[in-house]
Design a binder for this molecule. Structure first.
Ligand code: 3IO
Length: 336
């Protein structure tokens, strides 16, 4: 009796395990793993959007795809991201185009002072700009999403109320944002966002110029007790994939990713807008940060200093044979 029941239990177990393996096998054999590199720490918005994309792709491909995410520069860093993805060191990567300003001339036009202040609208404008002009800078990769952060404001250890307060002030920024700081008379110090944490702590910079969600996400509000509202300039980002890896993917997987492109870009813009509100509230209520609004007369002086920047970009882009005015007009129209 005992022997027979042990036998039947073993048989049942054997059958169950065999069935499980048989059903599992095709799925496991088809599982494609992709590495996704990102340069800033996990709690920041480029990585939050990365985790959202991962979940959506895994769900929509019914487990055919497994995305392994690498936040915090653990696979590729800010400056090596584009070339690293082209070389296949990561399958997917998130780049901030401001860190290589000369490389992404068309898409970096979104960081000109064009008066767009909404991250969702800015993200859509950037994606549409890319789709219309298909800039050569992206010819070796496949674009999976494009988005911008929210407009830049000055976060600093000392109050900035007038142009004379910002004169000569060491503030961290990159690309188009650095040009704007320079036009206001500040001393822009270029470095990718993650390096700013140490620069602020050591005092090599007195503040930074970027979107306000970093006050909370990087805890900059602990160092920077003043914010001057300028609401000027985006940093454009793009999620890119290695081309050979893309070509190796099944068509239905490619379709899932392409169908997600605009949705993901808008999702990120919306997330950014919401995160700004939370960060501002936390900075005011918990960190006692003073938010400085420029008077209309003072703001006019700041704006006046930026007049030449777009003109200068147009001249430079024309020399390179680009339809510069069309690009500017398109960005403004796409952001409506
Ligand atoms: C940014 C980059 C990494 C993580 C969070 C961020 N919020 C805004 C930016 C834009 C940027 O790259 C910069 O340098 O200000």
């Amino acid at each position: 009796m005992v022997k027979r029941s042990i036998f039947s239990v073993t048989l049942i177990l054997f059958t169950v395990i065999t069935c499980l393996l048989l059903f599992q096998a095709p799925v496991m054999a088809g599982k494609i793993k992709l590495n996704y590199a990102n340069f800033p720490p996990a709690p920041t918005f480029p990585c939050v959007q990365m985790e959202r994309w991962k979940v959506e792709v895994e769900k929509r491909t019914s487990g055919q795809i497994q995305i392994n995410t690498f936040p915090g520069g653990t696979l590729l860093g800010a400056k090596g991201m584009m070339d690293g993805v082209i070389a296949g060191q990561a399958d997917i990567g998130n780049i901030c185009m401001a860190y290589q300003p000369g490389r992404f001339i068309v898409t970096n036009a979104t960081s000109l002072p064009l008066g767009i202040t909404d991250a969702k609208k800015g993200s859509l404008a950037l994606l549409k700009l890319y789709e219309k002009y298909k800039p050569k800078a992206f010819k070796d990769v496949v674009v999976l999403a494009m988005f911008v952060n929210a407009p830049g404001n000055v976060m600093s250890k000392v109050p900035v109320r007038t142009l004379s307060d910002i004169k000569g002030l060491d503030l961290r920024a990159s690309g188009g944002a650095a040009q704007i700081l320079k036009a206001w008379g500040a001393n822009p110090v270029g470095m990718p966002m993650p390096a700013t944490v140490e620069a602020l702590q050591k005092g090599t910079v007195k503040g930074l110029f970027s979107s306000l969600e970093v006050m909370k996400d990087f805890k900059f509000a602990e160092n920077c007790k003043y914010v001057t509202m300028t609401e000027t300039v985006f940093y454009p980002f793009s999620v890119i994939m290695n081309k050979a890896k893309w070509d190796s993917l099944p068509k239905d997987v490619q379709k899932v990713m392409m169908d997600l492109k605009e949705e993901q870009s808008l999702w990120t813009g919306t997330y950014m807008n919401e995160q700004i509100k939370k960060s501002v509230a936390w900075s005011k209520d918990v960190q006692n940060v003073e938010f400085i609004t420029l008077s209309a007369a003072e703001k006019a002086k700041w704006d006046e200093k930026l007049g030449f920047i777009t003109e200068k970009w147009i001249k430079g882009a024309k020399k390179k044979g680009l339809p510069a005015e069309d690009i500017i007009n398109d960005i403004k129209a796409f952001a409506q």
